[in-house]
Design a protein around this ligand. Sequence first.
Ligand SMILES: *Cc1c(COP(=O)(O)O)cnc(C)c1O
Length: 426
Amino acid sequence: MPSSHELFAEAQRCLVGGVNSPVRAYRAVGGQPPFIARAAGARIEDVEGKSYIDYVGTWGPAILGHAHPEVVTAIQKAAEQGTSFGAPTALEVEMASLLIEAVPSIERVRMVNSGTEATMAAVRLARGFTGRDKIIKLAGCYHGHADSLLVKAGSGVLTFGTPDSAGVPADVARSTIILPFNDAAAARRVFEAEGSSIAGLIIEPVAGNMGVIPPRDGYLAELREITRRHDALLIFDEVMTGFRVAYGGAQELYGVRPDLTCLGKIIGGGLPVGAFGGRRDIMEKLAPLGPVYQAGTLSGNPLAMTAGITTLRLLRRGGVYTQLEATSAALAEGLAAAAKDAGIPCQLTRVGSMLCCFFTAAPVRNYDEARQSDTKRFERFFRSMLGSGVYLAPSQFEAWFVSLAHSMDDIAATAAAARKALKGLR
Ligand SMILES: *Cc1c(COP(=O)(O)O)cnc(C)c1O
């Protein structure tokens, strides 16, 4: 097997930047990405046989750990029955029922193939339902790469300092209103000024693409009240938080009921999936019942449904989220103590098994505050952690994900690696 270095050189001759998704190229942290050969449980292994404790978890989906035996077996069995039919299946019905049972605000579901498709279609539906054009988005939230949502976005575009992508028509960008996260008064002002032209507000209820930023107490409930008052839709993008911060997502955790919810990541069990759903009267504006068009050749794909259903069934068992809370809290405490002892200013934010360590002395409640972080320091921290066998997302502005496969020994080893890394940063 060629080395990662050789593969990356070859990759750059045939893929743009050598990758199929920008942050994978390690441009924010320097060096080159290890090429991955396999992963199991909490560990991921590169082509040179080096094994790492993984906190990327394929960017969120791997909540059970990688290659969970029950999921793998289920996918193998499903594949033998045929990998795609483009026709209705019992699996889709089962998946939709599981989602509706888990997330009470969802009365009808449409399965799609990625988080991007889910948010793109949810925004179109909000516009079609309300007959209004404008969408509110929060700075630093990432909702995939559809045109109207690539304005002041998080994730890779924040990492690369290009939050407003080229190629988005000015007219489209103009119909997206950007507000600061965690500022209900700003939302109230905009709705009072132009509420009658706003179709909806889309938000990551726990921001997870500008690092991890929890919502202030009462913030989501205030957004619920404001949007309702102005007959605009509240759209929760729970692609990351769904089945992550609680089985029923952030809306269960914070007790706020959106009109539409977008899902992805975990519900695909590691296969490409997205979904959106919500109030029946809104969802029934979609084709074939209504005038808002949306379709997909591979939507409801049997392998993806099988991986997702198996994952959700495993998550539905008791004790799962208690275990995640215990390991994640231990990791956050270990990291905070290591930073404190090393005298490195750091803000540890965490909601359940999503966490982030911002290298800044001031609290982080929004995009502008997140951007105060010392990304050069993160870069050095990242490289030291990678050297010690801890695989983190290669950006200050991404979440760490703890899975059910992470043991307390993994957490202790990670905290020890962080202690060493942070001492070296002084
Ligand atoms: C990952 C993510 C998306 C995009 O999902 P893709 O499957 O990558 O298209 C959208 N919204 C949020 C909150 C995400 O974390």
